[in-house]
Design a protein around this ligand. Structure first.
Ligand code: PDD
Length: 286
């Protein structure tokens, strides 16, 4: 089925949507993005994603392509036009193009490029992976030093995912100076003796919108959360583990570098947090 996508003010069939070959998103990964999930035809935590987008743009001195209200309207219209009940809306803003390749930023009057498209994922909330849990391997984190900015420099995370697949696993957790940073496209957690441990926010990891919501809901449910550095060895000894992201919500992890966690099934805290997250975020969806 041909999707309707959004490019710079126009709603078009995906086969007719184009961006310049000189676009800095294409030539230099000079671009930021957001992924907002859709459940029940509504957007989950749109506000959080809009706030983080603004922050990413500001950090890179990139112009805002439109207002937050306009962004919401575009998201909603794409969800409606494409009949999305469960899935995602992908949004990308690039620094645009002034018609040539240059390391120097184009002039201030260059318009940013704004592209959005939907991804239809029926069964996202009830995914089989969430029932079984996923297996992860550890790899070195060799990404740049501003992982808090959600840029489209995703080559290394993509290679990491392929390393995991080659190793017969589902995903990879990255480590730097001996400590876990995050998953290739998610934030990482383990649980030991009822305590949830995750790395504190810094420039080293993406400030996950799902992370923020899940930590708040965990605190509201009287769960104990400790934000601190942790090693893969510590996580391998955990009772359970999980990752969070807008596309997987709370996803249990059942194996790390070949070591089975607990009884090899999703743990009770990950399962409970997934339930709470889906329930609460659906209620607040727009
Ligand atoms: N990825 N860490 C990284 C490196 C990520 O790429 C993501 C999200 C997260 C979780 O952030 P959030 O909860 O805001 O989705 C953490 C998205 C889903 C992606 O690239 O598709």
């Amino acid at each position: 089925m041909t999707r309707t996508v959004y490019v710079n003010g126009e709603y078009l069939p995906e086969t007719e949507a184009t961006v310049s070959i000189f676009d800095r998103g294409f030539l230099m990964a000079d671009a930021v993005y957001e992924v907002t999930s859709v459940l029940g035809g509504k957007l989950i935590d749109f506000d959080g994603h809009a706030v983080r987008l603004k922050r990413s743009l500001d950090e890179l001195d990139m112009a805002e392509p439109c207002t937050k209200d306009e962004l919401l309207e575009i998201h909603r219209k794409l969800v409606e036009l494409n009949g999305i009940e469960e899935g995602m809306v992908y949004l990308q803003v690039t620094r645009g193009s002034d018609g040539d390749r240059d390391f120097v930023f184009p002039s201030d009057d260059t318009k940013p490029t704004l592209v959005l498209f939907t991804q239809n994922k029926p069964g996202l909330a009830n995914s089989p992976a969430a029932q079984k849990g996923i297996r992860v391997i550890s790899i070195d984190d060799i990404r740049w030093g501003r992982r808090d900015i959600k840029t489209t420099q995703l080559l290394y995370p993509s290679l990491g995912k392929m390393m995991a697949k080659k190793a017969g696993a589902d995903d990879a957790w990255m480590t730097e100076d001996g400590y876990v940073t995050e998953g290739t496209s998610n934030n990482a957690y383990f649980v030991k003796n009822g305590k949830i441990v995750t790395r504190p926010l810094s420039n080293d990891i993406l400030h996950g919108i799902t992370r923020k919501a899940v930590l708040r809901m965990a605190a509201e449910a009287q769960m104990v959360v400790e934000e601190r550095l942790f090693t893969i060895d510590e996580a391998k000894e955990a009772d359970e583990a999980f990752v969070t992201s807008a596309s997987t919500f709370v996803m249990p992890v059942v194996e790390i570098d070949g070591a089975q966690l607990g009884d090899g099934a999703p743990g009770p805290i990950a399962k409970r947090l997934r339930e709470i997250y889906l329930e609460e975020s659906l209620k607040a969806a727009v």
